[in-house]
Design a protein around this ligand. Sequence first.
Ligand SMILES: C[S@@+](CC[C@H](N)C(=O)[O-])C[C@H]1O[C@@H](n2cnc3c(N)ncnc32)[C@H](O)[C@@H]1O
Length: 260
Amino acid sequence: MAVDETVRGQVRDRYAEAARTASAGQYAEASDCCGGGGCCGADEAPLPITFGRRLYDAVQVEGLPDTAVLASLGCGNPTAVADLRAGDRVLDLGSGGGIDVLLSAQRVGLTGFAYGVDMTDEMLDLARANAAEAGATNVEFRKGTIEDLPFDDGSVDVVISNCVINLSTDKTAVLAEMFRVLAPGGRVGVSDVVAEDHLTAVQRAERGSYVGCIAGALSKQEYLDGLAAAGFVDASVTFTHEAAPEMHGAIVKAVKPTQG
Ligand SMILES: C[S@@+](CC[C@H](N)C(=O)[O-])C[C@H]1O[C@@H](n2cnc3c(N)ncnc32)[C@H](O)[C@@H]1O
């Protein structure tokens, strides 16, 4: 399946706007971006724990630049589930303002390294500024798409991602690229929006927009089938919280076999 360049352009425009919002000192999630449409609203409002910064422990993000937290647009906390170890090379797909790259860099330490890849210049600028402010030396943000990763075969130990794979119009390519760049034995720890299996594509689209991380969500079985087709083993998809009716924030895990 080829990438839909029209949808990709809409996604890029929407997240460029979100980056500008965060750079201006406002919560990016308050705009109509991932899970937006007003669900997160003003800072003092009672808010559903669905998207963005509310999915992080306050202690965990203490010490990160404000604009990294302001730009948080994920639907989970992949660094909490990815089993990161000292010395790991971690790659975050669709790294946005860099929050998960910075948290990963802390976890893997100076013997490890955390990379982010994003297609939106405004997000890359914000992430690099956040890394500089945080004084992180074991991080790098590369421009590129998650369907065609700018990384060598077998060059990372862990792939994480936070609410980005649903935004791709070629998920087969994304899963194949994840497999390619992982070293044998490498792990996947991804947060994403996932639909219950009975929902049709039309029903998913009725629940939210593509750029809002809803319409493009895979179902649980589609995710498991896609991971298996890409070559992954030990795959699991675990729902964690509702993101829209019959659609959920989920933790997706899988492993690249050590051989074959
Ligand atoms: C919902 S935001 C999530 C950002 C970040 N992971 C977080 O948790 O805050 C989606 C991010 O993915 C990027 N993105 C979306 N589709 C992409 C693609 N096909 N290739 C590369 N980056 C993409 C956007 O530019 C944006 O920064």
